[in-house]
Write a protein of this length. Structure first.
Length: 428
């Protein structure tokens, strides 16, 4: 049928088949005997041509008008720079392979054409294209430098970064520390479903991210769905957010803090205090870091000798996820962490504790086991997330001005650089 041009790729059709009817959008097929349809659910199905008894074309495919979003600029409109780094939000189905392939900037922006009613896309840049689980500190350094360039450009009013979800909260923390006090908004956003799926969450996330980027909130924020409905997004503090679900569109939740704003296509509601925009001020990204920091989770029966492994490998710092209010195994000789932690700290390692419970704050003074742990010299990081603690210690250990100044680094781990420690703690 495709060969005879009865159907075209992009046509919306209804197939009457031997067992049931199917309705969807015609996709390019890898097999001449198979018609590939995208269903309204977002899933794709292949139907053998010989099983199709009748065809109704419900809507002919429209010729796409490929627009140059960068050149379409309106006078007196704010300008936003778009930085694309990869991930699901930058992917779409390849019908030839059944896998996903990178999508273009135009594909992403066409999802939310209303963007052109609130701002100009002044520039688009792809510093790298990676699924976020493959990102590391050097990528965050490069990303911070790209942000610095745009934030110091007098023509730019804000920055939007599209990003994969898996390590997105690490990236938002890294940019929060590396960029410091901002002059303009930086929004990181995502989608849990690829942009060619009918169920994609990208449209609202992208629009709200651009809306945030032209606001007066000069903070690094992760902008994403508030709940399962396609109505509101939250602008979440970069150091106080965590991916809490593997697939839901509201995967990211704020930990022990509050959103900067609630955003929809009609409203922009500010929810708390923030660092205000100052377009005249320039920023300087501080992108020094050390890759010799480990994040260790305490579990039952764990051998504390694992900490010696990091010492032998030249690591300079360890973040340990403690249980409860700040505890770890101490009673059994074989599994007693206290002697090893004490010795490693005396040898110059910086060891900090975060709460494995995620919500709440550490308090090592409540139980005797916590008080004994405090005597080792471990630094309890209050309500800091493990991800932010990992990034912060990596960043501080990389500072040339702090080389060899262990006590000063320990003090700075308890200073509030980017809202990573909350004075008010909300349980969401």
């Amino acid at each position: 049928m495709l060969k005879e041009k009865i159907l075209n790729i992009g046509d919306k059709v209804n197939f009457r088949c031997r067992e049931r009817d199917w309705e969807g959008i015609v996709l390019e097929s890898y097999d001449p005997e198979i018609i590939l349809l995208k269903l309204s659910s977002g899933y794709n199905i292949g139907i053998k041509e010989r099983d199709i008894l009748d065809v109704k074309v419900l809507e002919k495919a429209k010729e796409k008008d490929k627009k140059d979003f960068v050149s379409e600029k309106k006078e007196n409109f704010p300008n936003v720079a778009l930085i694309i780094t990869g991930g699901t939000i930058s992917s779409k189905l390849d019908p030839k392979t059944g896998g996903v392939v990178p999508s273009s900037a135009e594909d992403i922006l066409e999802l939310s054409p209303e963007i052109k009613n609130i701002c100009n896309i002044y520039s688009i840049e792809k510093p790298f294209m990676k699924f976020s689980e493959n990102m590391h500190l050097n990528d965050w350094k490069n990303l911070a430098l790209v942000c610095e360039k745009y934030l110091n450009d007098e023509n730019i009013d804000g920055v939007v970064i599209t990003h994969g979800t898996d390590f997105l909260h690490y990236s938002s923390a890294a940019l929060s520390f590396m960029l410091g006090k901002l002059n303009k908004p930086v929004a990181l956003t995502y989608s849990q479903r690829s942009i060619d799926r009918a169920s994609s969450d990208a449209d609202l996330n992208i629009y709200c991210a651009f809306k945030y980027a032209i606001s007066d909130i000069a903070e690094v924020s992760l902008v994403g769905h508030k709940d399962l409905n396609d109505e509101f997004c939250l602008a979440m503090p970069g150091t106080k957010v965590r991916k809490m679900h593997s697939s839901r569109r509201d995967a990211f939740k704020i930990v022990n803090s509050e959103a900067f704003a609630e955003i929809s296509k009609k409203e922009f509601k500010i929810l708390r205090e923030f660092n205000a925009r100052d377009n005249k001020r320039k920023i300087k990204a501080n992108v020094q870091y050390s890759d010799k920091v480990a994040l260790v989770k305490v579990y039952p029966g764990q051998d504390p000798e694992i900490l010696n492994f990091y010492k032998e490998k030249g690591y300079k710092g360890i973040i340990i996820e403690l249980v409860g209010l700040g505890h770890l195994p101490t009673s059994d000789g074989k599994h007693n962490f206290l002697p090893i932690i004490k010795r490693l700290i005396e040898d110059g390692l910086i060891i900090c504790g975060t709460a494995q419970t995620i919500y709440g704050t550490l308090n090592l003074n409540v139980y005797s086991s916590g008080r004994e742990l405090l005597k080792t010299g471990i630094i309890p990081l209050e309500d800091m997330t493990s991800e932010s603690a990992f990034i912060k210690l990596s960043w501080l250990l990389g500072q040339k001005s702090l080389q060899g100044k262990i006590n000063e680094i320990k003090k700075k781990m308890l200073e509030n650089f980017a809202g990573e420690i909350s004075s008010r703690r909300n349980f969401n």
